[in-house]
Design a protein around this ligand. Structure first.
Ligand SMILES: [Fe+2]
Ligand SMILES: [Fe+2]
Length: 339
């Protein structure tokens, strides 16, 4: 998006503004001006000496400025990332709370982790549509994303707003990153990666995969890079977060369903949190009916997942992006209880 402003100023003021603009707002794409001198006739001499002469003298110097700029460079962007949405209670909590949070925190762009939206495991096309209607713009996922076959078929569609971790081996369906259009003309590169420590899938290296994605987007026009790192081991999450510090705007962990108390801006300007937590039933084992999980641990029999009920905890994080540096200005964990 580009806006053009036409401004008329006396030339001296216009010149000063032009220099100040170049210094203060380097994101102005073009700054041009047309100067016009208006003159008035002036008599020299008189009729008596027979030497009347007419000469023009300057009365007004005007400059017409054409300032062409991309306003998205001037507007900061607030991203809300919502942790793993667990089953119907989680989806209902998002529907109930999200419109209020978007207004309260001036949220421009909402990303949510979708891997548990289908009864605690997986995600369906209908789940995605339901959460889009609630206000979520784009979705990341994790190890449960391939559970529903209908969504797997849809994942190669570049218009379908769901990523799977990018470091799945070549040939896996879907995509692991996308440059997404956000409000205010902004563009966000959303990246989804998965850890390899204590995870069952045999994945490619998330460090090298992140490097490759960033390399592929060098010189591309974007306003922020958001990374959801779906991983179990806090050490692996911290290591990759520091590895990408200063190269991505935000790096947030998912998968444990439990929020960590370490949200902060790293030295290079990247917003970081080891795990954002989930949106799901509070009186549960990470969203699931607790007695079934307790029985599984005691008997070692196969685990049956049932979504728990009762009040839900909503966990998300707001990240404020600096439009000039594309790094984070602030990070704010948001936790609410929804009855
Ligand atoms: Fe999850
Ligand atoms: Fe997971």
């Amino acid at each position: 998006m580009e806006l053009k402003f036409y401004i008329l100023f006396p030339t001296r003021i216009a010149s000063a503004i032009q220099f100040a603009s170049i210094l203060l707002y380097p994101r102005i794409v073009t700054l041009s001006w047309i100067s016009r001198q208006y003159t008035a006739p002036e008599k020299l001499g008189s009729f008596l000496d027979g030497a009347e002469k007419i000469k023009t003298r300057p009365v007004l110097n005007l400059s017409l400025f054409v300032i062409s700029l991309r306003p998205r460079y001037f507007f900061q962007m607030n991203i809300l990332f919502i942790g793993d949405i667990f089953g119907r209670p989680g989806r209902n909590a998002v529907t109930a709370l999200l419109p209020k949070l978007k207004a309260e925190f001036s949220i421009d762009f909402v990303v949510a982790n979708a891997e548990n939206m289908r009864h605690g495991k997986g995600v369906t096309i209908a789940n995605i549509a339901e959460m889009q209607a609630a206000g979520v713009d784009f979705f990341t996922s994790g190890n449960h994303v391939f559970k529903d076959s209908s969504v797997v078929e849809k994942m190669d569609d570049p218009a379908f707003p769901l990523l799977r971790p990018s470091n799945y081996p070549k040939g896996a369906p879907g995509h692991g990153y996308r440059l997404v259009s956000a409000p205010k003309g902004k563009k966000v590169l959303v990246m989804n990666l998965m850890g390899r420590v204590f995870m069952t899938a045999d994945l490619d290296c998330p460090f090298r995969e992140a490097d490759a994605i960033l390399r592929a987007h060098e010189g591309h026009d974007y306003d922020a890079i958001f990374v959801d790192f779906h991983a179990e081991a806090t050490s692996e999450i911290a290591a990759l977060g520091h590895y990408l510090d200063g190269r991505v705007s935000a790096f947030i962990g998912t998968h444990s369903h439990v929020p960590t108390a370490d949200a902060r801006i790293l030295n290079g300007g990247t917003a970081f949190q080891t795990d954002v937590g989930m949106v799901g039933p509070l009186d549960s084992v990470i969203g699931a009916e607790k007695q079934l999980v307790i029985d599984h641990f005691i008997t070692q029999m196969p685990l049956k997942i049932e979504v728990a009920c009762g009040p839900c905890v909503f966990n998300g994080v707001k990240i404020e992006i600096d439009p000039q540096t594309k790094m984070a200005k602030s990070i704010l964990p948001i936790q609410r209880i929804v009855d």
